[in-house]
Design a protein around this ligand. Structure first.
Ligand SMILES: [Zn+2]
Length: 381
C-alpha cells in the first residue's frame, strides 16, 4: 500500500464487514474454483480467470500462498490444493484484517464455514444476519394452513432474531420479484390468498404479495434490514433491482428501521441519493469491490461518495465461498478509499482529521452504530 497517513490508518483499521458469507470448507478443483470466481458460469472454452477478478486474485492473493504476484492459474490452484482449504481460509481471513463479520447464513449451496468457524479462522468476531426468505420457506416446508401463514411466519421471524448473536435481517426480494412492488402493506386477506397459491404450488417464495408481507414484517421486527440491490448472479433482472424503485416504500417506512442497500453497482449513485434523502438508508458497494479489484475500487467508491453523507457508507465484502474474496474485498476497500481521500487531501478539499474520520466511519464505526455492535466506545468524533 502506498505511504501516507490515510493509507496507513486505513491499512491498520480493523474493519467491520457488515455483509458476507462463509468460505468453502472443501478443497476446490479448477472447475469448482472457477464457478465461485464468477457471478455467471464457467462457460466452455473461456476461463473466469480471464476477467478483472481473476487478475486481482492472481495479483493480490497469490503472494499469500507464497507464490509470485500474477502467478498463472494452474500454479495458483495447485498451491491452493497443496495447502488445503483450512490453511487457505486461515491465511486470507487473517490477511483481511477484519475485526467483525456479519454473516448471512441463509445461502449455502456449498459446505461453508459457520459464523463461529469464520471468526475462529480470522481471529475475529462473527454475528449472524437472518435471511427472511429462508425463514418463510422453512415455515412453508413445516406445513401450515394459508390463513395461519402470516402468524406462523411472524413467530418464526421473531424467534430467529432473538437468537444470540443475530444483529439483523436480510431480504433477497431483488432475486425473487425485483423492487417494482406495490409499496403498501398487504391486507391479511391478500396474504392468506397469496399463501394459499404459494403453499399449493411450493418452491421458493417469489410471490409479490408475500414478498411485500415479508418486507413489512421486517419493519415490525425493528432490526436493521439488509436489502440486496444491483449486482448479483443471473437470477436477477438488473433493471428491476435499481433501489430507487423502493422510494415509495422507503417513504412509508420512514422513521422505523435502518435499511442497508447492499452491493448497489451499477446503481451506487441511485443508492447514494436514497441515503442522502432518507434518514435511515445506508449503502455499501460490496461484491463489486472484489469483482472490479483494487484497480477500480476507488472509482466505484468515488461515485458512491459523490453525495452520500459520510455516516451512511459501510464496508462489506459480500464474500461467498472463496476466502480470497474476504481478503480482496478488504484490500480493495482500504486502497480505494485511502486513494480517493488522499487525493482530496492533496487538493486541499478536506483536512487530515476529516479524512481519518471518514475512513473510520465507513470502515468500522457506521456499522457498529447501525447494528449496535459492542466493541469499545463509539467513535463519533
Ligand atoms: Zn451476499
Amino acid at each position: 500500500m502506498a505511504a501516507g497517513p490515510v493509507h496507513e490508518r486505513l491499512g491498520a483499521l480493523q474493519l467491520v464487514d457488515h455483509h458476507c458469507h462463509g468460505a468453502t470448507t472443501d478443497g476446490l478443483d479448477r472447475e469448482g474454483f472457477e464457478s465461485l470466481l464468477t457471478e455467471g458460469e464457467a462457460w466452455p472454452g473461456v476461463s473466469p480467470f480471464d476477467s478483472p477478478v481473476g487478475l486481482a486474485v492472481r495479483r493480490h492473493c497469490a503472494p499469500l500462498l507464497d507464490l509470485p504476484r500474477h502467478a498463472p492459474p494452474d500454479l495458483y490452484l495447485a498451491r491452493r490444493a497443496e495447502l488445503g482449504a483450512a490453511e487457505v481460509t486461515r491465511r486470507f481471513l487473517r490477511a483481511a484484517g477484519t475485526g467483525v463479520f456479519c454473516v448471512d447464513t441463509g445461502y449455502a449451496p456449498h459446505r461453508v464455514t459457520a459464523p463461529a468457524e469464520l471468526a475462529e479462522a480470522a481471529g475475529a468476531t462473527a454475528y449472524e444476519v437472518v435471511r427472511l426468505e429462508s425463514v418463510a420457506e422453512a415455515v412453508a416446508a413445516g406445513g401450515v394452513e394459508p390463513d395461519a401463514y402470516a402468524g406462523a411466519f411472524r413467530t418464526a421471524a421473531w424467534e430467529a432474531v432473538r437468537r444470540p448473536g443475530v444483529v439483523g435481517v436480510k431480504s433477497v426480494a431483488a432475486y425473487r420479484t425485483g423492487f417494482e412492488l406495490d409499496p403498501a402493506r398487504p391486507s391479511p386477506g391478500e396474504v392468506t390468498e397469496a399463501a394459499r397459491r404459494w403453499l399449493a404450488r411450493g418452491g421458493r417464495l417469489e410471490d409479490p404479495v408475500l414478498t411485500r408481507h415479508l418486507l413489512w414484517t421486517a419493519v415490525d421486527l425493528g432490526r436493521p434490514l439488509q436489502l440486496h440491490t444491483g449486482f448479483g448472479d443471473s437470477d436477477i433482472r438488473m433493471h428491476r433491482v435499481d433501489p430507487t424503485h423502493l422510494t415509495d416504500w422507503l417513504r412509508l417506512i420512514a422513521g422505523t428501521i435502518p435499511v442497508l442497500l447492499l452491493h448497489c453497482w451499477p446503481y451506487q449513485r441511485q443508492a447514494a441519493y436514497l441515503s442522502a434523502v432518507f434518514e435511515r438508508v445506508y449503502l455499501d458497494v460490496g461484491l463489486t469491490l472484489h469483482h472490479v479489484g483494487p484497480a477500480r475500487a476507488g472509482a466505484i467508491l468515488a461515485e458512491a461518495l459523490e453525495i452520500t453523507p459520510f455516516r451512511k457508507l459501510l464496508y462489506s465484502s459480500d464474500a461467498y465461498g472463496l476466502a480470497e474474496f474476504h481478503h480482496l474485498g478488504a484490500l480493495a476497500f482500504r486502497q480505494g478509499l485511502a486513494g480517493l481521500l488522499q487525493e482530496r487531501l492533496d487538493a486541499d478539499e478536506l483536512a487530515l482529521p476529516d479524512a481519518l474520520r471518514i475512513a473510520r466511519w465507513a470502515g468500522r464505526d457506521n456499522a457498529r452504530r447501525v447494528y449496535r455492535l459492542p466493541g469499545g466506545p463509539l467513535d463519533d468524533g
